[in-house]
Write a protein that binds this ligand. Structure first.
Ligand code: PBG
Ligand code: ZN
Length: 325
């Protein structure tokens, strides 16, 4: 037995373990996703996502105050419009739920960074992420035009960061050019650059009523077996002017986070998605898993993989727990 090396020496007690910890999750790097719906006084829990609610603008502003008080610097808004149609008419309306929420949050908590998810699927009656042709396929270039109009609307209403989540080709460059042309030079773009066609979005689609009525998202979202392609997507979005590159989902894609981290110099965000949240919540509810320890592990694994920013439905509960430590 060779015991000249005893790695356990650095694990003997909590102080020693803390001293040598290589990574930590800071509340300042978390983003909390929120769902905004029409109406007022609305706060309905999403069945598949315990403690996550669909909120009307007034309620969302209240939550934003609490989120800020926990030290979380940013929220990511998803909108559910009063009506869905083929043209995603509500996407670019300055009186849409997301647009009104931006203003309400800025008034309630001026320092809160507001990130707006930008995609058509919450706004279309067919649930697809863009303009659908007669043959059922998605028209990339017309979809980009639609996204540009949505981005301009969010920017006009005061969004700090626009986050296109559609995976159309060329949309980051088009959005950047349109923002610059209207002098929104400080409005940042966080691109969902490597977003996979994943089963882990199930609860989200439930929450947003955005399950495609026919077909799926495999012609635009990435194919799970591919890693090199993620690096290509990330580099393209960086070249088109993205400020932050996102990988999504998180847990089954931490190798992608690492690969993208090494390929581009921009901050990397990772999205710990609805299915990852639901899975853990369900197991914890059954008493099969210790939620707090599992969350700690999940979040630090994102950091270890190289993510700077973590978007997670656990942001609030995690921050509340850190504050008590
Ligand atoms: C919109 C969008 C989705 C998510 C973020 N933006 C759903 C999808 O692509 O079907 C998923 C978020 C989550 O699952 O938490 N395109
Ligand atoms: Zn979409």
């Amino acid at each position: 037995m060779d015991l000249s090396q005893r790695p356990r020496r650095l694990r003997v007690n909590p102080a020693m373990r803390a001293l040598v910890a290589e990574h930590a999750v800071r509340v300042q790097n978390l983003i909390e996703p929120l769902f905004v719906v029409p109406g007022s006084g609305v706060r309905e829990e999403i069945a598949s996502m315990p403690s996550v609610c669909r909120l009307s603008v007034d309620q969302l502003a209240e939550d934003a105050k609490k989120i800020a008080a926990l030290g979380i610097p940013a929220i990511l808004l998803f909108g559910i419009p009063p009506e869905k149609d083929d043209a995603a008419s509500w996407l670019a309306r300055d009186d849409g739920p997301v647009q009104r929420a931006i203003a309400a949050v800025k008034q309630a908590v001026p320092e809160m960074l507001v990130v707006t998810d930008l995609c058509a699927c919450e706004y279309t009656s067919h649930g697809h992420c863009g303009v659908v042709r007669k043959d059922g396929t998605i028209d990339n270039d017309r979809t980009v035009d639609l996204l540009v109009s949505g981005a301009l609307s969010y920017a006009r209403c005061g969004a700090d960061i626009i986050a296109p989540s559609d995976m159309m080709d060329g949309r980051v460059g088009a959005i950047r050019a349109a923002l610059d042309a209207k002098d929104f030079i400080d409005t940042a773009i966080m691109s969902y650059a490597a977003k996979y066609a994943s089963a882990f979005y199930g609860p989200f689609r439930h929450a947003a009523g955005s399950t495609p009525a026919f077909g799926d998202r495999r012609t635009h979202q990435m194919d799970p077996p591919n890693a090199r392609e993620a690096v290509k997507e990330a580099r393209l979005d960086a070249a088109e002017g993205a400020d932050i590159i996102m990988v999504k989902p998180a847990l089954a894609y931490l190798d992608i986070v690492r690969a993208v981290r090494e390929a581009v110099d921009l901050p990397i965000a990772v999205f710990n998605v609805s299915g990852e949240y639901a899975m853990l919540k369900a197991a914890a509810r059954e008493g099969w898993i210790d939620e707090e320890r599992a969350v700690d592990e999940m979040l630090v694994s994102c950091k270890r993989a190289g993510a700077d920013i973590i978007i997670t439905y656990f942001a609030r509960s995690y921050a509340a727990r850190l504050a008590k430590r």
